[in-house]
Design a protein around this ligand. Structure first.
Ligand code: UFG
Length: 337
């Protein structure tokens, strides 16, 4: 039985939504380990089933003493990672240190305490430039940047750990996470912001003049990049399904998490215009380095094996939830109540 779940990085964007869904969809007690480097304490639900531990996942002594020795943790969900692709290209060692070494240290402490289940935040970036669309989880993994490479290294490390030590893991490859919880005041807040939907909504809030469309000569219907936008609450739910699956004896595996629908950058801008009623000027700019033409998830395996279903099936509905968060919190968590 899974009583105590440790959520590393539980104060971040996807982590905080998963903590919330754990309080809604499970009876587990949730322990959050987060050093608040990119997460926010304001995301943490006030509940006697949620315990916050402020600390760094790679600090083995601290994690051993303050987490695993104090509480009997049954499963770990690991969201701590650096995620800025261009930064990973200019500073790969920082990414290997945080994303690979940090995870290695966590797995070592878990092994010492014989924690059986691990849910890992992976990414569509493990595929690099995919040869097929939608992308099946078994497609070739050839990352084109250090960010994707660090996630792939961990996926491979997990496979060997599962064979050697019997660790049960699920590696969840997110496509483009977006949106916000529809009731609770948490949402997407990166500083600086680089993600498409928050940037577009900053234009609607009058915080930016326009949105730059990075390249309109890609091999897609309108020349702009196609991505698979998946609501963060649906992603969060997938973690709970994955843990249930492992706890029932399911075998360790990798899954793609997306909607199976691709939208171009122009289509996303249009959806945001519709939802916000703001004209949102867009200017075509040069391509950004390392952007594949199209990334669309084949999520059938997650649906069939994990029993995962999505609540959000259109880009407008997703943007509506993001817009509600951004309107209520134009400065993110800095002035959030
Ligand atoms: N884009 C713009 N203008 C902007 C920002 C983005 O045109 O101001 C475009 C990008 O070029 C891309 C699309 O919008 O074509 C989506 O860009 P995001 O930066 O929002 O997301 P990415 O697809 O680059 O990356 C996201 C996560 C990564 C993850 C990847 C996996 O940020 O961590 O999805 O698909 F690896």
């Amino acid at each position: 039985e899974v009583k105590n779940v440790l959520v590393c990085g539980g104060a971040g964007y996807i982590g905080s939504h998963t903590v919330l869904e754990l309080t809604r969809q499970s009876d587990s007690t949730v322990y959050i380990l987060d050093n608040l480097s990119t997460g926010y304490e304001k995301t943490i639900p006030k509940s006697d089933r949620v315990v916050f531990i402020n600390g760094d996942v790679s600090d083995v002594d601290f994690v051993d003493r303050e987490v695993f020795s104090k509480y009997k943790i049954d499963a770990v969900m690991h969201f701590c990672a650096l995620i800025v692709v261009p930064e990973s290209v200019t500073n790969p060692l920082k990414y290997y240190d945080n994303n690979v070494v940090g995870t290695l240290r966590l797995l070592q402490v878990m092994q010492k305490h014989e924690v059986p289940y691990f849910i890992f935040s992976s990414t569509a970036a493990v595929f690099g430039i995919p040869e097929t669309s939608p992308i099946d989880p078994s497609a070739a993994t050839v990352p084109i940047n250090p960010y994707g490479e660090t996630k792939l290294v961990v996926e491979r490390m997990l496979r060997w750990c599962s064979e050697a030590y019997g660790l049960k893991f699920a590696s969840l490859r997110y496509f483009n996470a977006c949106g916000a919880d529809k009731e609770i005041n948490i949402g997407e807040c990166h500083k600086p912001e680089s993600h498409l939907i928050p940037i577009i909504l900053q234009v609607a809030l009058g915080q930016r003049e326009n949105v730059q469309v990075f390249g309109d000569d890609y091999n897609t219907v309108d020349g702009t990049c196609v991505r698979d936008y998946i609501h963060v609450t649906d992603l969060a739910t997938a973690h709970i399904r994955a843990l249930e699956y492992l706890a029932k004896g399911g075998k360790s595996d990798v899954f793609n998490l997306g909607s199976g629908l691709g939208y171009t950058v122009k289509e996303v801008v249009d959806a945001c215009r519709k939802v916000t009623g703001h004209p949102i000027p867009a200017v075509v700019s040069p391509r950004r380095g390392g952007d594949p033409d199209s990334l669309v998830a084949g999520s059938k395996k997650a649906e069939e094996v994990l029993g995962w279903t999505r609540k959000y099936d259109s880009i407008e509905k997703i943007v509506e939830t993001a817009w509600r968060w951004h309107k209520n919190n134009p400065h993110g968590f800095d002035h959030a109540h």
